[in-house]
Design a protein around this ligand. Structure first.
Ligand SMILES: C[S@@+](CC[C@H](N)C(=O)[O-])C[C@H]1O[C@@H](n2cnc3c(N)ncnc32)[C@H](O)[C@@H]1O
Length: 300
């Protein structure tokens, strides 16, 4: 990779060209991330200057889709960082008791408006359901994991409120896979066995075993294609937003803008869940750290 040279001016031209063709604002992303993605395509094509790659794109329009495939890192699996899902269950169960105790949660920031109170009211008065947004959702493993967890809770206590899950991603191909709901064994490596037997149908294809997620789970998620750096397509405030493993690709200058979009769509007292390697360090927005171990924040 080192033998590939990048001239700052022509890489800007290249990014402008990619933006013209795709509508994606590449300037939001970390420069070294973009360069690595571009380099990996260039190596594949045997090109060694960014100018030659720009020329290649101009004469081979099909390259845009191939670049986008490399650019969107869709890696995901069911119950990624399973302790997050366990913690969410713990919170939901704990809210059933008047005096709840949740280890590692910072009580200082729990107010009457918080998600905790909303869950408690839901138990008591069957108030409106929880609204959850998984952004970005890749091929659907994250929102479907949430559905399975919530269905399991319903199964156990029978009185959990209704919920709606919206899931969005910029990549139309990955959303298609999410809507189809067929996964390989690798995607289920962290999935508890009882979830696999309850919520999936196993079948064999020529590449090995595959798992089709049940329609009852699929129906609970509304998938949308969108570039979240430009905003969210729904006029909706959510109680919980999962925004995991996107911020790591976004540059410092744009981070706060993206977080503001998330903040605007989170109800007061709502819960923001980031990835294990992501934090809100130095953000001036209204989030407070609720659980440092699990990267849970609450909107004040
Ligand atoms: C590593 S996956 C994370 C998926 C999931 N949240 C998880 O933790 O497993 C990152 C996803 O971000 C999506 N993405 C990248 N830029 C985006 C943007 N501007 N708007 C929406 N999704 C984006 C990619 O398409 C990719 O599917």
């Amino acid at each position: 990779m080192e033998s590939i040279s990048f001239d700052p001016r022509s890489i800007n031209n290249l990014l402008d060209q990619l933006k013209n063709q795709t509508g994606i604002e590449f300037n939001c992303y970390r420069r070294n991330f973009l360069e690595r993605r571009i380099k990996s395509r260039m190596i594949r094509l045997g090109l060694n200057t960014d100018k030659s790659y720009l020329d290649y794109i101009l004469t081979n329009p099909q390259e845009i889709d191939l670049f986008l495939e490399r650019f969107t890192i869709n890696y995901s699996y069911f119950f990624r960082n399973i302790e997050i899902f366990n913690k969410l269950c713990e919170i939901i169960f704990a809210c059933k008791n008047e005096k709840f105790q949740i280890p590692s949660v910072n009580y200082e920031y729990i107010t009457d408006l918080s998600i905790f109170d909303k869950i408690r009211r839901s138990y008591a008065y069957k108030e409106s359901g929880l609204k959850i947004w998984s952004c970005p959702c890749a091929s659907g493993e994250e929102p479907y994991s949430l559905v399975m967890v919530l269905e399991q809770i319903k199964e156990e206590i029978g009185e959990f409120p209704n919920y709606e899950i919206t899931a969005s991603d910029i990549d139309k191909n990955i959303i298609k896979i999410a809507r189809t709901g067929i996964y390989g064994a690798e995607s289920l490596k962290e999935t508890p066995h009882n979830y696999i037997s309850t919520y999936f149908t196993k079948f064999d294809d020529r590449l090995g075993p595959k798992f089709l997620i049940n329609n009852d789970i699929k129906r609970k998620v509304e998938f949308i294609i969108e570039d979240v750096t430009r905003g969210h397509n729904k006029d909706q405030k959510y109680d919980i937003i999962f925004c995991r493993y996107l911020l790591i690709y976004i540059n410092r200058d744009f981070r706060e803008n993206l977080l503001r979009i998330i903040e605007n769509h989170l109800a007061p007292g709502g819960l923001l869940v980031l990835g294990k390697t992501e934090t809100l360090l130095n953000s001036k927005l209204s989030f407070k750290l609720l659980d440092g171990k699990n990267h849970f924040y609450i909107k004040m």
